[in-house]
Design a protein around this ligand. Structure first.
Ligand code: ZN
Ligand code: ZN
Length: 574
């Protein structure tokens, strides 16, 4: 959801205090801002920034200015400063949506808070973006184009779990954009990926009450890997080696071979020197999953033992990436040639993408996929839930993370009342989502934290219950949002916001006042209010204006304007 999204969001503004959004709070989270360093594995010395909708600051306390034209940025390696259109600066802050083109032609488009600085190795480009959009960027890079929806959802939960449990893996630079952390691609997000991320919003992996990291691999080759065996550290029971019969149904074999000279060259490039010709190579240690752990090379009576990951790294570096696709192989050394017969692609820990896609094609849901790849772990949003649950109201659907209690009954009444106030010939079925945390609501609705609810078409997003209860409770809120859904069905693209918002508030019998704002001023403030006070004022003004119009013209006439447009002069007299 970009900043210049053409669709309007209509919400109900708080009548009381702004809700403080806890930033940097400790403990498990369902959503947070994520910092990513772009181009982390390459040296980028210059970029072109094309603004789409962005402001810029040359220091943290400097004035924000609109970026209206393209900016050329270059690293000045001597001074460690950034040259922006020829002017040297310490760093530059950009807020909003931009397109970045690197000197080697890579194009990324994304929105968030950008910091661009220079270091000895070139430009450092950091982007802070909401975790839900971060997950979309990871899926845009890592998911197969024809990935089934359920395995895509499973991958979304895994990517989110990794990011929210490791947000500062590289300190202040957050996460890198390579497979060391999670590769990502900043681009237009497909509808398929949006659907998978939205359907699992805020869901992560939990093991015995603890939020845990998730990992994924392209193909485990029929047997997943144990995280502790590969990376060391304490045993992680949800990341153990186990057979994967789903991925066994898909081909994952690979073969590679090369001569002694190439092998010597690859090892020498990493600093290993062998005194004479290599006369033997064998795997001397395997882990429980059957992956090579140690490989021994003999040369003129000497023996050199190296780890399988060092061997893979050396070969990949000098003979091309992905020559050794995994450590799951048998090797043979004969006639001064080394031959590998392998299976799988990647480290093998956690979710196997090949197996997960197979499970989805066989009709398994994403939770079933996740519980297969992360034994004993479950999907949760917070400490005390079982992830998203669906409940059916009369004519509407509720998505919630906890038993619905009174909300279903109150919602049934509110929906019936909305239909009575604004009878609709068209069938509609709103979906109401109750978010457990303000940050997750803010990300899902793409709204500032001081909006109580947001409705887009039939989708109604709500702040956490505690916030709703402090600001009038369920009854008026659900009536208001159901009315929005109904009114929006009749509104055209050019229907002014004051009419859409004011009609809802007038029908719901809300309190309207504030004279002296023109319709155009109300619309501007409803579209992009800079503060809660301004938004609140605009809502009351819209309500008052529509109440006066209904009193003068009748509800049917005013309702008709949703489709036909507001006749010239109708507003001027109010
Ligand atoms: Zn990293
Ligand atoms: Zn597998």
């Amino acid at each position: 959801m970009s900043l210049n999204d053409a669709k309007f969001m209509l919400g109900w503004v708080f009548s009381l205090a702004v809700v403080p959004i806890a930033l940097g709070q400790a403990g498990p989270r369902s959503a947070a801002d994520i910092t990513v360093r772009l181009y982390s594995t390459r040296n980028v010395s210059s970029v072109v920034v094309t603004p789409i909708d962005a402001t810029m600051q040359v220091c943290a306390t400097c004035e924000k200015t609109l970026v209206s034209s393209r900016l050329q940025m270059k690293a000045d390696l001597h001074s460690g400063r950034v040259q922006v259109d020829g002017k040297a600066m310490q760093r530059i802050f950009i807020e909003g949506q931009i397109r970045i083109t690197t000197d080697d032609g890579q194009v990324s488009t994304g929105a968030g808070r950008w910091t661009i600085s220079a270091a000895g190795d070139g430009l450092h480009v950091l982007l802070v973006l909401p975790s839900e959009r971060y997950v979309m960027a990871v899926l845009s890079s890592e998911a197969a184009v024809d990935e089934p929806l359920e395995s895509l959802k499973a991958l979304a939960v895994v990517a989110r779990s990794f990011a929210l449990t490791n947000p500062d893996r590289h300190g202040a630079e957050g996460l890198c954009d390579s497979t060391h952390c999670q590769a990502l691609r900043l681009t237009q997000v497909s509808e398929h990926i949006k659907e998978a991320v939205t359907a699992t919003a805020g869901e992560t992996l939990w093991w015995h009450g603890r939020q845990v990291a998730g990992y994924f691999t392209q193909s485990c080759g029929g047997m997943t890997e144990d995280a502790a065996a590969l990376w060391g550290g304490a045993p992680k029971p949800w990341l153990t080696a186990h057979p994967d019969m789903y991925c066994q149904r898909r081909p994952s074999q690979w073969h590679t071979e090369f001569g002694e000279q190439e092998l010597r060259g690859a090892l020498a490039a990493e600093g290993w020197r062998l005194p004479a010709a290599i006369d033997g190579v064998r795997v001397v240690q395997q882990d429980a999953s059957g992956r090579a752990q140690r490989v021994e090379l003999s040369s003129g009576g000497q023996r050199l033992t190296i780890s399988a990951s060092s061997l893979r790294f050396a070969v990949d570096r000098s003979l091309g990436w992905n020559r050794l696709r995994s450590d799951r192989y048998q090797l043979r050394y004969e006639n001064r040639r080394i031959e590998f017969e392998g299976k799988g692609y990647g480290h093998g820990v956690g979710l196997c993408q090949a197996g997960a896609a197979e499970m989805a094609l066989e009709g398994k849901g994403y939770r079933e996929i996740l519980s297969f790849y992360f034994p004993g772990a479950g999907v949760q949003i917070g400490v005390n839930d079982k992830g998203w649950q669906r409940y059916e109201g009369r004519g509407w659907t509720l998505w919630t993370f906890r038993p619905p209690g009174e909300v279903l009954g109150v919602g049934d009444e509110a929906f019936a009342k909305a239909l009575a106030l604004f009878p609709s010939a068209k069938a509609m079925h709103p979906t109401v989502t109750m978010y457990p945390e303000t940050e997750l609501f803010r990300q899902a609705a793409n709204e500032p934290g001081w909006v109580l609810a947001a409705t887009r078409g039939e989708a109604i997003e709500l702040q956490p219950e505690a916030v709703i209860l402090r600001h009038g409770g369920w009854r008026p809120l659900l009536l208001h949002e159901f009315l929005h859904s109904l009114v929006e069905q009749e509104a055209g693209a050019s229907t002014p916001l004051w009419l859409r918002e004011g009609l809802v508030e007038a029908l719901a019998g809300e309190h309207g006042d504030v004279q002296g704002m023109t319709a155009a001023q109300i619309d501007a403030a409803l579209l992009r209010a800079s503060s809660q006070q301004e938004a609140e004022r605009a809502h009351r003004a819209a309500c008052g204006l529509v109440q006066r119009l209904i009193a003068a013209q009748g509800i049917q006439t005013v309702r008709g304007w949703l489709r036909s447009g507001v006749p010239a002069g109708a507003v001027a007299s109010q």
